[in-house]
Design a protein around this ligand. Structure first.
Ligand code: ME8
Length: 524
């Protein structure tokens, strides 16, 4: 059985999650669900990054004394888990960097690196950006601000431990060039190769305990705490080890992140793995940012959108759909509630919801709520031709989805577009076929053909939507009256898209349909 290991970043717990975090979760959830449907062994890891100066400060600011950090982070982690639950995120592992099992793995990594001669002691004299938890040189932090977030940096002069990254610079360049899918999308790969053109500095990987004590101790010097990014990146290994899944799932197939943490993932992380002799991830995929106007949505800017508030207003699946359908994965998007409402009304209420509603209304009207057996032909050549076009569209749907979702480009938007194109074609098919005219002319064969075709489209669309809008897909299935369990392997695996005659006419004739409430009532 093929295995598929996919991860999200582990988020800082200095505040509750916002829409940007929800975006990564939803995208990874959809991909993990898709791979599970294919019958692969899937592990989806997420979690929280709980150490470091930023969390320590947030904790003090929230009124918790030093030493009470765990109480503070426990409360926020509980909120993260609640939000993921509310958004229908089904992860397989949740790693917290405060887990004992994680700390142990971090220390093992450091011991190995030390043994290899990749760690040495020196003096750090440079800048530090606490919001980004990142060290910068004089040249990088020109004018005293962080080149990533533009906030003031702090001068740090302290004895510390360093990791010999420079030793691996050429190896990393060669690895990226030899593995074109290692950093995706391609424009991000070029960005990484761009910063690898400059000489790589060794990385400071510790903080003296008297300056910053909230973290994992260096195993070979208890006066020091591991640099929080070093601690955090190792979650991808410790998260599997804690669940005894390491042997089965290592290395990651895809680490999904946003572009703000590309350098940490595409430079530090591979070099750390190389140093300890572990296999490399296949792909590091950096998606774009959700912005408000031109500004990145972030806690510190205070321009955040609460995903739970959005789902309260519009529903979980519409939010999932909107986030994945309106922005190509990799690009930035500008969030606007007005656009969300427009997309909801046009795609979900008018196209998808309406197709289900119209079709089931016709099943009731013409066939007393029982699905007709498709006739061989409509007794009208033009109608037969239209029917063939719809058949081909449905047959092409699952292959189109696998082309897009199995592509290293992770074409989530395009996969949803493929589904919505078939839905759009089916709505047009109703207009072009005008069953009400056949009814007047007494051609019931044509009506049977049209309805059977539409039910076929809806059944396929429900399966195709499962990774993206799981509860909508189930509601569609229920209203279609389908008795097969959607969770059986036979049904779920249809999505893998082998072409052939069995892909068509899977809707059982004689099915009692169960038209219900509209899936997506229009929003005024
Ligand atoms: O960076 N648009 O944690 P973090 C899109 N702990 N995605 C966004 C976003 C936005 N406006 N804002 C946040 C950290 N994200 C580290 C990671 S991993 C070993 C350690 C998402 O809480 C996106 O996935 O700042 C981004 O990479 C992540 O949240 C950063 O979360």
């Amino acid at each position: 059985m093929r295995k598929f290991y996919i991860t999200t970043p582990i988020y800082y717990v200095n505040a509750n999650p916002h829409l940007g975090h929800a975006y990564t979760q939803i995208a990874v959830d959809a991909l993990a669900r898709y791979h599970k449907m294919l019958g692969e062994a899937v592990f989806f890891l997420t979690g929280t990054d709980e150490h470091g100066e930023k969390i320590e400060k947030a904790c003090l600011k929230a009124g918790f004394e030093k030493g009470k950090e765990k109480e503070f982070v426990d409360a926020i982690v509980a909120n993260f888990k609640n939000v993921w639950g509310a958004l229908g995120i089904r992860y397989d592992g949740f790693i917290r960097t405060t887990d004992q099992s994680h700390k142990k793995v971090v220390q093992e990594f450091l011991e190995k690196m030390k043994d290899k001669g990749d760690i040495y002691r020196g003096e750090y004299d440079g800048w530090y950006c606490t919001p980004c938890e990142t060290f910068w040189t004089d040249a990088q932090a020109e004018n005293g601000v962080c080149p990533d977030c533009n906030r003031p940096v702090e001068r740090i002069r302290e004895k510390n431990y360093f990791f010999r990254m420079s030793k691996y610079q050429q190896w990393l360049i060669d690895h990226i060039n030899a593995n074109p899918e290692f950093v995706m999308p391609e424009y991000r790969k070029n960005e990484v190769l761009g910063f690898l053109r400059e000489e790589l500095n060794d990385l400071c990987i510790s903080r003296p305990r008297e300056r910053m004590s909230w973290g994992v101790e260096l195993p070979f010097d208890r006066d020091y705490i591991v640099y929080v990014w070093f601690d955090a990146l190792i979650n991808y290994a410790s998260g599997l080890k804690a669940r005894k899944k390491f042997e089965e799932f290592w290395p990651a197939d895809i680490h999904v992140i946003a572009k703000d943490i590309l350098r940490h993932h595409a430079v530090y992380w591979p070099i750390m793995l190389k140093s300890v002799g572990m296999p490399m991830p296949k792909t590091i995929f950096a998606h774009g940012w959700w912005k408000i106007g031109k500004e990145k949505m972030s806690k510190s800017r205070g321009n955040i959108v609460d995903p739970v508030e959005m789902t309260g207003k519009y529903g979980v699946d519409p939010l999932r759909y909107f986030l994945l359908k309106t922005v190509a994965f990799g690009q930035d998007g500008s969030f606007s509630e007005d656009v969300l409402v427009t997309v909801y009304n046009s795609d979900l209420a008018n196209d998808l919801g309406n197709l289900l509603n119209r079709t089931l209304t016709m099943v009731e009207k013409y066939f007393a709520g029982t699905s007709p057996a498709p006739p061989r032909a409509a007794g009208d050549e033009e109608q037969d031709r239209r029917s063939d076009v719809i058949r081909d569209a449905v047959r092409g749907l699952f292959p189109a989805i696998s082309d897009r979702l199995l592509s290293p480009k992770l074409l989530l938007k395009e996969a949803l577009e493929a589904i919505m194109q078939v839905v759009g074609k089916a709505n047009k098919y109703i207009e072009a076929s005008a069953p009400w005219e056949y009814s007047k002319a007494g051609n019931m064969e044509a009506i049977k053909l049209i309805i059977a075709d539409l039910l076929e489209v809806l059944r396929a669309a429900a399966i195709a939507l499962l990774p993206f809008m799981p509860s909508t897909a189930r509601k569609m299935w229920e209203q279609l009256g389908l008795k097969e369990d959607m969770d059986t392997e036979a049904v779920r695996k249809e999505i893998s898209g082998t072409k052939g005659p069995r892909d068509w006419r899977r809707f059982p004739p004689g099915t009692k349909t169960a038209k219900g409430e509209p899936l997506f009532p229009r929003i005024k």
